[in-house]
Design a protein around this ligand. Structure first.
Ligand SMILES: C[S@@+](CC[C@H](N)C(=O)[O-])C[C@H]1O[C@@H](n2cnc3c(N)ncnc32)[C@H](O)[C@@H]1O
Length: 223
């Protein structure tokens, strides 16, 4: 058996016993695929991790960058109380349309708002609304802009908030300082910015699984 077959089998095993998907989550993936969206959503164990992190935070408000078909949005929004709020920023109107249907099917349309447009245009507008600090920010959009997204996440959070940055390993390419690819440069710049930021305490973890070899960074906003 190949190594990646083991990764798939273990993810399936974890999903079955620890992070089972209900019909709303399965339908979100099914409808995303039927609509031609790329298969780049997080996995069920990763969704459950985000949900647990949001619960551990006691999160009442969540900001997500990169909605796709709303799969991660559903996992996260389920951690919120009935009067909680999740704002998810998505560039593609088509993706947002699919996500809104999936989110409504999951019964989360009162809690979740998907805003269409480039995140770097939506974020200043969101800041102008002076929302209460977000308790958790999940950054999972275009990786080249991750440094700006981290800066915005710090502005829009408060002491004790959690910032999660997805896909920070890029199949191992993140360790190559000479790789000129915008996603690698964006990820490296973001990680280094996080590492020296006076208001953040952080780590990053490598993962393997159904979505290959990657990882995520976790940063806590300091008091
Ligand atoms: C990896 S997918 C998000 C996956 C989703 N978080 C999940 O796990 O279910 C990245 C998403 O970011 C969106 N995106 C790309 N560039 C963007 C930008 N500049 N602003 C907002 N969203 C963007 C893409 O259209 C895509 O839907």
């Amino acid at each position: 058996m190949s190594e990646s077959q083991f990764w798939d089998d273990v993810d399936d095993y974890f999903t079955a016993h620890l992070a089972p998907e209900d019909e709303a989550l399965r339908a979100a993936l099914r409808d995303s695929e039927a609509a031609g969206l790329p298969s780049i959503a997080i996995t069920a164990p990763q969704g459950k991790l985000l949900q647990l992190l949001a619960q551990i935070q006691g999160a009442r408000s969540i900001l997500e960058l990169g909605t796709l078909g709303g799969y991660s949005t559903i996992w996260l929004a389920r951690a919120l109380p009935a009067d909680g709020r999740l704002v998810s920023l998505e560039y593609s109107p088509r993706n947002a349309e699919v996500a809104n249907r999936n989110i409504a099917r999951a019964g989360l349309d009162k809690v979740v708002e998907v805003r269409v447009g480039a995140a770097l245009e939506s974020l200043p507008r969101l800041a102008d609304e002076h929302p209460p600090p977000f308790d958790l920010v999940f950054i999972d959009a275009d990786k080249a802009n991750n440094p700006s997204y981290v800066e915005w996440a710090v502005k829009l959070t408060g002491p004790g908030s959690l910032i999660v940055v997805d896909n920070v390993v890029r199949g191992g390419r993140v360790a190559d300082p000479d790789n000129p690819a915008p996603d690698v440069v964006g990820t490296r710049t973001a990680l280094e910015l996080i590492g020296r930021h006076p208001r953040l305490s952080a780590t990053a973890i490598q993962t393997v699984g159904t979505k290959g070899y990657d990882g995520f960074a976790l940063a806590r906003v300091l008091p």
